[in-house]
Write a protein that binds this ligand. Structure first.
Ligand code: 3PG
Length: 403
């Protein structure tokens, strides 16, 4: 980015891909972490006099405009936080965007409406994506440039991430740069003990990352909905808890291979079981190998790790030199089932280890629970992107810039 700024950007249209995919409650942004993270690059460019066109997605609309996926709340929050003028175009590459771009002044930002309102953004067809990229690029006139600052989307081969970079002089944004530097510390010369905390609902989302961590991580602490598939793989009944039956053999294979690879899986010894999936559900803590023994019998649903497990996990975290955490330990959105996630966040703030929180859900969890970003080594803006980086996969948004 500094190279681009040194070349001179005053009066030029700079297309910036940001990650403004933030959680909303109606039209209120409930976690503005990604918006704040996108500010430094936008400030640098506007300070240097660029006319900035921001592209971003929100949610997963089906290729057509839908009010609930409008970028309006995100753009408004950006405008509140920014020291420069921010407006939102009513469409992405249509007449509204073209007119707003034409009247943009030096040092101002125009956010184009959700790129996923156009089906070509995510198309598998290169020509379709290319045609959409051409329309985005056309907004930059004849002296434009592209900056990829959307770390959370670098794993997507989408028009606004990948194809525009094949059409414009392209630069790496500071956010992407920092994220990659930090995640590299988790894959090369990692300080050990290296403890990974994995949660979230599905094992199937984490398969490749677990595979890649065998032999690299010293310990993998398992929480969240996925823990029940681990319990089932060890032969325990899990009542009505979340279970991915088809993943049981996969998990059994991991447990077998982990021992040879020198990675230890630590699965909870107690869990909080609820009568139903609700914030005010009756609940009790039971041993993890006797979930059906709760008062709710076969109806019981495990919604959090228990206090003994949380304490044991915290001990491991305190003894580590590197910790990566992805995925909440329980249904933290419900106060009654947030203790496990809170205990892990607390342990991360107390350890001497270098700590990285990865994944939109975990980042939102720590902020919702009242922790501040600067209590952690790094809070990644990437969910899927940080996992895919750790999986060792090629990330289209990065490889296109390398080329
Ligand atoms: C994220 O939330 O991880 C990124 O913004 C990417 O969103 P996506 O998974 O819908 O592509």
């Amino acid at each position: 980015l500094n190279e681009l700024i040194a070349e001179g950007v005053r009066g030029r249209y700079i297309l910036v891909r940001s990650d403004l995919n933030v959680p909303l409650d109606g039209s209120t942004v409930t976690d503005d972490g990604r918006i704040k993270a996108s500010l430094p690059v936008l400030s640098k460019l506007t300070d240097a006099g660029a006319r900035v066109l921001v592209t971003a997605h929100l949610g997963r609309p089906k290729g057509a405009p839908e009010e609930k996926y409008s970028l309006r709340p995100a753009a408004s929050r950006l405008a509140e936080l920014a020291g420069f003028k921010v407006t939102l175009a009513a469409d992405t590459v249509g007449s509204a965007a073209r007119e707003a771009a034409a009247s943009l002044q030096d040092g101002e930002v125009l956010v184009l409406e959700n790129v996923r309102f156009d089906p070509r953004e995510t198309s598998k067809d290169d020509a379709e994506r290319g045609a959409f990229a051409d329309e985005l690029v056309a907004l930059t006139g004849d002296n434009g440039a592209y900056v990829d600052d959307a770390f959370g989307a670098v794993h997507r081969k989408h028009a606004s991430v990948y194809d525009v970079a094949t059409r414009l002089p392209s630069y790496l944004g500071d956010l992407v740069h920092t994220e990659v530097e930090v995640l590299r510390k988790l894959t090369t010369d990692t300080q050990r003990p290296y403890v990974v905390v994995l949660g979230g609902s599905k094992v199937s989302d984490k398969l490749a990352v677990i595979d890649n961590l065998l032999g690299k991580a010293d310990t993998i602490l398992v929480g969240g909905g996925m823990l029940f598939t681990f319990l089932a793989a060890a032969g325990h009944k899990v009542a009505s808890s979340l279970l991915e039956e088809d993943q049981i053999p996969v998990v059994q294979d991991y447990l077998k291979r982990a021992a040879d690879a020198g990675t230890e899986f630590v699965v909870p010894t107690d869990v909080v079981v609820a009568e139903k999936f609700a914030a005010d559900a009756a609940h009790e803590t039971v041993p993890a190998d006797n979930i059906e023994g709760s008062s709710f019998g076969a109806q019981g649903i495990g919604l959090d790790i228990g206090p003994d497990s949380a304490a044991a996990f915290a001990e491991r975290i305190k003894g580590a030199r590197t910790v990566f955490w992805n995925g909440p330990m329980g249904v933290f959105e419900f106060e009654a089932f947030s203790a496990g996630t809170r205990a892990i966040a607390q342990a991360l703030t107390e350890t001497e280890a270098f700590t990285v929180v990865g994944g939109g859900d975990s980042a939102a969890a720590v902020r919702t629970l009242g922790f501040a970003d600067d209590q952690f080594g790094h809070i990644s803006t990437g969910g899927g992107a940080s996992l895919e980086y750790l999986e060792g996969k090629e990330l289209p948004g990065l490889s296109v810039l390398d080329r």
